[in-house]
Design a protein around this ligand. Structure first.
Ligand SMILES: [Zn+2]
Length: 322
């Protein structure tokens, strides 16, 4: 990797993508879903006069140090309402940034009840579990959010940032295209290899609102935008990719196919033939995706909820159940 490492803050890796764009990564998140990598857009002669931050959800003491080093920061753009993208955004607001978040998940930054109901946790889990989940990840609410429709373009003193809806992952989920710098940031689409030799989970579709069909379209769209309009690809949980390397797209499609094979094999081993015979509990007992049997009760409940979302989507698509 030839991106210059210019890290000077303890606990944070900062890579220079070009003169005015940096990718930052918190090295040790305090909990499973508390952080995401994001971009720092430094001020430029013809363009944004103040620093703009894209979806860099890191702990408050690191936010303060970024502000000292690269501030003042005028705006912060959030990509969607998952916990690893909203937990610490309140601190960006506290240091004076205007917070922008996509509709309809913008309200999740303001109240954890909205996060609870919005992702339909209320259909399977007590609120107390989600409150604990939010607390463990360091969530605090923002005061004021500027909502925007996914697909909107931002103009920061004439510097253009396009947002791209990738709604298979969540209703609000967006990526960014920075046309001037030829950078696409695909956010949480599902390329989660931190290094080429390290495997990850891949695309995440554990909520009811997620859609595998939409996901496959999003992956195609991201690939065509990358190949046609960008030189560099970044994301919330991965290493940096250069055009024409299409590893992320092959990886994400393969992960979805592999998940389908896992569920198909479970269907065959359970000897089910009709959708009416399916009980999701039989599948959950098999620990197909997460080692739930090894988890404490709190984590078990959450992972069980997500796994049932993932399995149901593959049951719907299975050629073995009609
Ligand atoms: Zn996400």
């Amino acid at each position: 990797m030839d991106n210059l490492d210019i890290s000077t803050i303890d606990g944070l890796r900062i890579l220079k993508i070009d003169d005015e764009v940096l990718l930052a990564h918190q090295i040790k998140p305090p909990y499973y879903f508390s952080c995401s990598d994001g971009l720092i857009l430094l001020p430029r002669k013809r363009g944004n006069q103040k620093t703009v931050i894209l979806d860099l959800n890191i702990e408050p003491h690191l936010i303060n140090q970024i502000n000292e080093l690269y501030g003042p920061i005028s705006d912060y753009v959030c990509t969607h309402g998952h916990m690893d993208h909203i937990a610490h955004v309140y601190q960006w607001e506290a240091i004076g940034a205007e917070i922008h978040a996509p509709i309809p998940e913008h309200t999740y930054l303001q109240d954890v009840h909205n996060f609870y109901k919005g992702f339909q946790f209320n259909e399977g889990l007590d609120f107390s579990i989600i409150q604990k989940f939010a607390d463990l990840n360091g969530y605090k609410n923002c005061k004021e959010i500027h909502p925007f429709e996914p697909g909107k373009s931002f103009f920061f003193d004439d510097f253009v940032i396009n947002t791209i809806p990738f709604k298979g992952h969540s209703k609000a989920h967006i990526g960014f295209l920075i046309p001037q710098e030829k950078i696409i940031h695909i956010s949480c689409l599902g390329f989660d290899q931190v290094r080429p030799d390290v495997d990850g989970f891949g695309p995440w579709y554990g909520f009811k609102e997620c859609s595998i069909n939409q996901y496959l379209k999003d992956i195609d769209l991201a690939q065509s935008i990358f190949l046609e309009k960008a030189e560099i690809l970044t994301s919330s949980h991965s290493y940096i990719i250069k055009n024409p390397d299409i590893t992320p797209f092959l990886y994400m499609r393969e992960k979805i196919e592999k998940n389908q094979r896992i569920v198909d094999e479970a269907i065959l081993s359970l000897k089910l033939v009709r959708t009416s015979e399916v009980s999701i509990i039989d599948f959950l007992d098999m620990d197909l995706f997460f080692p739930k049997k090894k988890m404490d009760k709190f984590r078990y409940e959450i992972y069980n909820f997500w796994e049932s979302g993932i399995i149901s989507k593959h049951i719907e698509r299975s050629k073995y159940l009609k």
